[in-house]
Design a binder for this molecule. Structure first.
Ligand SMILES: C[S@@+](CC[C@H](N)C(=O)[O-])C[C@H]1O[C@@H](n2cnc3c(N)ncnc32)[C@H](O)[C@@H]1O
Length: 430
């Protein structure tokens, strides 16, 4: 039986395939792009599949706990587990756009249409109906476990509690919210007020939440954002927008963006000053996205593929400024990437901190005396952020200049940001 591409069953089937890939270690964006091709998703069904996957990742802890209560053993194959977890997550979610009976009916149809799952349609039907009958009791039972209540792996919850004893629960809850769509206004094209006026003329509701940051009230496809294709605005979180202004740029400076892709901060640097920018990244595919960003805003930079731990890509000329937006666990941006918490392992943070330390040591030797290096991470784990900065400062003669340090993820009426870290380091003249 072929499912209609505009049906919920089609979306559930596609999402179950993508989530099955996530369960074996693939990131959700990669899993989604390969699933879209595999199931020949239409533009509309892509949106529905994506929405189901992102919702599911935010309620995965609770859905898994429910599945444990409703089944004697883990379902096999893994795709059946994904379909059940996702459907339970939908039925438990009071904000879902579908009626109970639609979810059950469409989950059974998705199962029936998949040759690998068709035998399990009776189980899916029985499990989901039992959940509906016993919903309150089952949900109350899951609330006794932190993992189910907060929807993070236990080790992540423990690490957050140990790192941020006062704020841990709030920051985990922010990570479960849908992220806002925040724009950075390109001040070369006009002021923030000019852009807010343009939005208001087009009846687009928005709030200014930072010096150049405007948050749209409703998520909007990028192609429909007023002025996006003309380069008036870029999509960038309010905390990420703090990086470029911290660099104290002057016209003509030679600047290295050492971990540049996809180029959000590279473009911001170029918006602020007429600089000579070298944008380095070790991932060729991601470098293409830097190129697209530069093209959209009509900027030029020298794009290099290379490893920031090495010197083989460097022409030997010192840089005036270096932006080191180093690889990290991305634990500060889980509201945008809710799969990260389920994919990461406890040991990743230390391994990434070692990689970043090697990058920082190497970059420091490419900075001119008196020059500035800005360390940025999108992590809330201290070993990748403040402890990393402190260890660097013990290894190198430096001056540490004022910078925001650790910003925790925050969502509010007038302030809204991801969890980023900033340390600004100056190389002494002598
Ligand atoms: C946090 S992202 C950078 C985001 C980017 N600065 C922006 O604002 O759009 C980190 C980047 O570091 C790159 N990367 C990882 N290891 C690297 C290495 N050894 N050398 C250079 N780039 C590296 C990754 O490919 C990734 O694009």
């Amino acid at each position: 039986m072929k499912l209609a591409p505009d049906s919920l069953a089609f979306a559930l089937d596609g999402a179950a395939r993508a989530l099955e890939m996530v369960s074996t270690g693939t990131s959700l964006p990669l899993a989604l792009s390969s699933t879209f091709v595999a199931v020949q998703a239409t533009p509309q069904s892509r949106g529905a599949i994506q929405d189901l996957c992102y919702r599911s990742m935010r309620s995965w802890g609770q859905s898994n706990a429910l599945m444990g209560l409703l089944l004697d053993s883990p379902p096999s194959p893994a795709r059946l587990g994904s379909l059940l977890c996702m459907s339970l997550g939908l039925l438990a979610d009071t904000t879902r756009p579908y009626a109970d009976h639609t979810v059950v009916d469409q989950a059974v149809s998705a199962c029936a249409a998949d040759p690998e799952l068709t035998r399990a349609k009776g189980v899916v039907n029985a499990v989901l109906r039992r959940f509906l009958r016993e919903r309150d009791r089952l949900l109350a039972t899951t609330q006794t476990s932190d993992e189910a209540r907060l929807n993070y792996p236990q080790w992540w919850i423990d690490k957050a509690r140990a790192s941020w004893p006062e704020q841990w629960e709030e920051l985990l809850q922010v990570g479960n919210q849908r992220p806002p769509l925040t724009l950075r206004v390109n001040r070369l094209k006009g002021s923030v007020q000019d852009y807010l006026d343009l939005l208001s003329q087009q009846q687009v509701e928005a709030t200014q939440i930072g010096p150049s940051a405007v948050r749209l009230a409703q998520p909007t496809p990028v192609s429909e954002i007023p002025g996006f294709s003309q380069g008036w605005v870029s999509v960038q979180d309010a905390a990420a927008q703090l990086a470029a202004p911290l660099m104290q740029l002057e016209s003509g400076m030679r600047v290295l963006d050492a971990c540049a892709a996809p180029g959000g901060k590279s473009v911001h640097l170029l918006e602020l000053e007429d600089i000579r920018l070298v944008a380095l990244d070790n991932d060729q595919d991601r470098l293409k996205r830097v190129e697209e960003n530069l093209d959209r805003l009509d900027f030029e930079a020298e794009l290099l593929r290379g490893d920031a731990r090495r010197k083989d890509w460097w022409d030997g000329q010192l840089f005036d400024r270096i932006l080191a937006d180093v690889p990290c666990t991305a634990s500060g941006i889980v509201r945008r990437h809710p799969d990260i918490r389920w994919l990461r392992r406890p040991e990743d943070s230390a391994a990434l901190a070692r990689l970043a330390a090697d990058i920082l040591n190497n970059l420091w030797s490419m900075l001119r005396p008196g020059g500035l290096m800005l360390l940025v991470t999108c992590s809330i784990w201290p070993e990748e952020s403040e402890l990393q900065a402190e260890a660097f400062c013990r290894r190198h003669t430096h001056i540490r200049l004022p910078a925001p340090g650790q910003l925790l993820p925050m969502a509010g009426a007038t302030q809204d940001q991801d969890g980023l870290f900033f340390a600004l380091l100056q190389k002494p003249l002598f």
